[in-house]
Design a protein around this ligand. Structure first.
Ligand code: MN
Length: 382
C-alpha cells in the first residue's frame, strides 16, 4: 500500500508543506530577503514521520520551484545546505548574499560618514553592533575630523584608519595617536569617556569606526584601552587580509575580544576565496572600489549580509578594492542601543544618560580642547 505524499506551497504561512494522506508531516520555511532571492531558514519534519525521506522531498521541491521561478537561494537551514552539498547539480542556485544594506549618510563632527550598522532589519553581525565608514574627506587643522568628550558603556570601540591621523584621549589617561594600519581598541565596560582629536594633520582622511557589544560577562567590568601598531596579515593570493580582531585562517590578532568574532580588512585585486567559519554569521562592508560577490556589486558604504553556514566566500575585485569582513557567533543576548550606550533595557540606558549629563564619576574625567557632548533625551516615552 502506498501512501499519498505531496508537497504544497502554503503561501500564507510562508512555507512548503509535505502532506501525507492530507496531514501536514513537515514544512520548509521560505522568505524573500531581496528581489530575485529566496531564503530557506529552517526545515521541520514531525517525529511521527521521521525516516521517510520527507525533508529531502521538501528540499528538492523547494529548489526546483526556485529554479523554475529564476530565483537564487540562500540555504540558511543547515539541512538544506547539506542537501545541496550532496546534490551538486543544485549548487549553482546558491548565492552567498542574503541582503545588501545601503549605508545611511550622517555627520560626525565635521566629517561625513556612512552608517551601515545598525540599520532597520539589521542590528547586529555577531557582536558587531555599529559600523561607520568615515570619509573619505580632505582635512586640515581648521577642519579636523575630531569629536569631543563623550561616554560609552557596554561596548568596545574599534578605530581603524585608511588615511590620516587621529589622537585618542580617554578618561583612563590614555593619549595615543593612531595612523593607518594601526588599531585602537577601547573597552568601555561600565563606563569610560574619550575624545578623538586632530593632530595638526592635513590631507586625505578615511577610516572606520566600529563598536562591539560586550557580553554580560564583561559589560559591567572595568574600562580598558589597547593600541596595536602591528597586526597579522594573511596572503590571499589576490591581495592581503589584515586581522583587526579574532582569527582569520591561521592569522590571529593580539587584540582583546570578549566574544567569538572576527574583523579583517581586505585589500584585493582579482579573485580571492576567503575561509569562513560555518558557526559565524558574516557581513562584508565595501570601503574602496567595486567588490563583487556572486554578481552582487558592493560599493563604498554598502554592507552585504551573508548569514551563517558557509565555509568559504569568493570575492572578486576587478580593479583594486578594499572591504571589511565582519563576523561572529550570532550574539545571544538582547542588545539595546541608545546614543553612545549599549545595554539590555531602557532603564539602564536612561540611567547612563542621566549619570553622564550629571557629570557622574562613572565615566571618569577628561579635559579636551573640544566641547563635551550632552546626552539627548531618550527616544521612548518616560
Ligand atoms: Mn566614541
Amino acid at each position: 500500500m502506498t501512501q499519498q505524499i505531496e508537497v504544497v506551497d502554503s503561501a500564507e504561512r510562508s512555507r512548503y508543506e509535505v502532506l501525507v494522506e492530507g496531514d501536514v508531516a513537515g514544512h520548509l520555511g521560505h522568505r524573500t530577503p531581496r528581489e530575485g532571492v529566496v531564503e530557506f531558514p529552517h526545515t521541520v519534519v514531525e517525529d511521527a514521520f521521521a525516516g521517510r525521506g520527507l525533508a529531502a522531498r521538501l528540499v528538492r521541491h523547494a529548489l526546483d520551484a526556485a529554479r523554475a521561478a529564476g530565483l537564487q537561494v540562500v540555504p540558511t537551514c543547515p539541512y538544506v545546505r547539506a542537501w545541496i552539498g550532496k546534490h551538486p547539480d543544485y549548487a549553482d542556485l546558491v548565492t552567498p548574499v542574503v541582503e545588501v544594506v545601503d549605508g545611511q549618510a550622517a555627520q560626525v563632527g565635521t566629517l561625513g560618514v556612512r552608517r551601515v550598522l545598525p540599520r532597520r532589519g539589521r542590528r547586529l553581525v555577531g557582536a558587531w553592533c555599529f559600523a561607520d565608514h568615515l570619509g573619505p574627506a580632505e582635512v586640515d587643522p581648521d577642519r579636523s575630523p575630531g569629536v569631543g568628550p563623550h561616554p560609552h558603556c557596554g561596548l568596545a570601540t574599534v578605530t581603524w584608519l585608511l588615511e590620516g591621523e587621529l589622537l585618542h584621549r580617554d578618561s583612563l589617561g590614555t593619549e595615543q595617536p593612531i595612523r593607518p594600519g594601526q588599531l585602537n581598541l577601547m573597552t568601555a565596560g561600565r563606563g569610560v569617556q574619550h575624545a578623538e582629536e586632530g593632530t595638526g594633520y592635513a590631507g586625505p582622511f578615511e577610516g572606520v569606526q566600529l563598536w562591539v557589544a560586550q557580553p554580560d560577562a564583561t559589560r559591567s567590568g572595568p574600562a580598558a584601552f589597547e593600541h596595536h601598531a602591528e597586526l597579522p596579515r594573511l596572503d590571499l593570493g589576490a591581495g592581503t587580509g589584515t586581522v583587526l580582531l579574532g582569527a582569520f585562517a591561521d592569522a590571529v590578532s593580539p587584540a582583546r575580544r570578549d566574544t567569538e568574532l572576527v574583523g579583517v580588512e581586505l585589500r584585493l585585486h582579482g579573485t580571492a576565496d576567503l575561509p569562513l567559519r560555518p558557526d559565524f554569521e558574516y557581513a562584508l562592508v565595501g570601503l574602496r572600489g567595486a567588490v563583487e560577490l556572486d554578481g552582487v556589486h558592493l560599493g563604498p558604504g554598502q554592507l552585504a549580509y551573508l548569514g551563517a553556514g558557509a565555509d568559504e566566500l569568493r570575492v572578486r575585485v576587478p580593479e583594486r578594492g578594499r572591504a571589511l569582513l565582519l563576523g561572529g557567533v550570532p550574539f545571544a543576548e538582547e542588545v539595546l542601543m541608545f546614543w553612545n550606550f549599549v545595554g539590555r533595557d531602557r532603564a539602564e540606558l536612561a540611567e547612563a544618560a542621566r549619570a553622564w549629563n550629571a557629570g557622574d564619576d562613572r565615566f571618569g574625567r577628561l579635559g579636551s580642547p573640544l566641547p563635551r557632548f550632552v546626552a539627548p533625551p531618550a527616544p521612548w516615552p518616560a
